[in-house]
Design a protein around this ligand. Structure first.
Ligand code: DX5
Ligand code: ZN
Length: 216
């Protein structure tokens, strides 16, 4: 069954704690939290302080997506703030293997993310260091963009790579996920659907999540 991770980027930030409870009450498996530094991506969002502030609003899994340069500098703060998964970008500056190693040392699951232009082969050297691969199907930085079709082939290729490696690594997809693209990503082999604007735009988020989990 697919795991559903609503992206809090599309939540009402004036009441983030309440929005987090809404997501967890709607039956979501994880809450996807987008951290942007204005350097790796043009946008700026939240830091560890905000993650920590909403940590006590729900015990839902915190899937923290770091769109920041030199992520190793902030890994400890996000781990202390209560991240369950910490995902860094392969394209970010800085020592990415060191970041992944530190994430695991701190007892957090480690993820690596690839932007639309980055090939699947780029993750191969990291397979022993990660618990999750996040495939971006839009350019990171903003919610509400359309799904890039090329992502589907990358997901299938990753599925084959992971299955043949015998490793326990989840594949997640992020960007332009809705009922239609989500279903196609699941068919291509994805384990986790991160979706922002579509899920938050539904009147009944719970019904939508149920439908995804029962029919994909
Ligand atoms: C974009 C973020 C996404 C974003 C997705 O850089 O990583 O998590 O919230 O938003 P939608 O689902 O609207 O494309
Ligand atoms: Zn994200």
């Amino acid at each position: 069954m697919v795991l559903v991770a609503p992206s809090m980027l599309s939540a009402d930030f004036s009441k983030l704690g309440e929005e987090l409870r809404r997501v967890s009450d709607a039956g979501a498996d994880w809450a996807h939290l987008d951290v942007m530094d204005g350097m790796f991506v043009p946008n700026i969002t939240i830091g560890p302080l905000v993650v920590k502030a909403i940590r006590n609003c729900s015990d839902i899994v915190f899937d923290v997506h770091l769109m920041i340069q030199d992520p190793v500098r902030y890994v400890r703060q996000f781990a202390d703030a209560g991240a369950d998964y910490l995902t860094v970008h392969i394209e970010a500056e800085g020592d990415i293997p060191a970041a992944l190693k530190l994430i695991r040392e701190l007892g957090v699951k480690a993820g690596i993310s690839i932007k639309p232009a980055t090939p699947v082969s780029a993750v191969e050297p990291y397979l022993d260091m990660i618990d999750l691969i996040l495939v971006m199907t839009v350019e990171p930085g903003f919610g509400g963009q359309s799904f890039k079709e090329e992502g589907l082939e990358k997901i299938s290729a990753l599925r084959r790579l992971i299955d043949s490696s015998g490793r326990d690594i989840l594949i997640s997809v992020d960007g332009g996920i809705n009922r239609e693209t989500g279903k196609r990503c699941k068919e291509a082999g994805v384990d986790v659907l991160a979706a922002g604007s579509y899920l938050f735009g539904r009147e009944d988020m719970a019904a939508e999540i149920r439908l995804w989990k029962e029919t994909f």
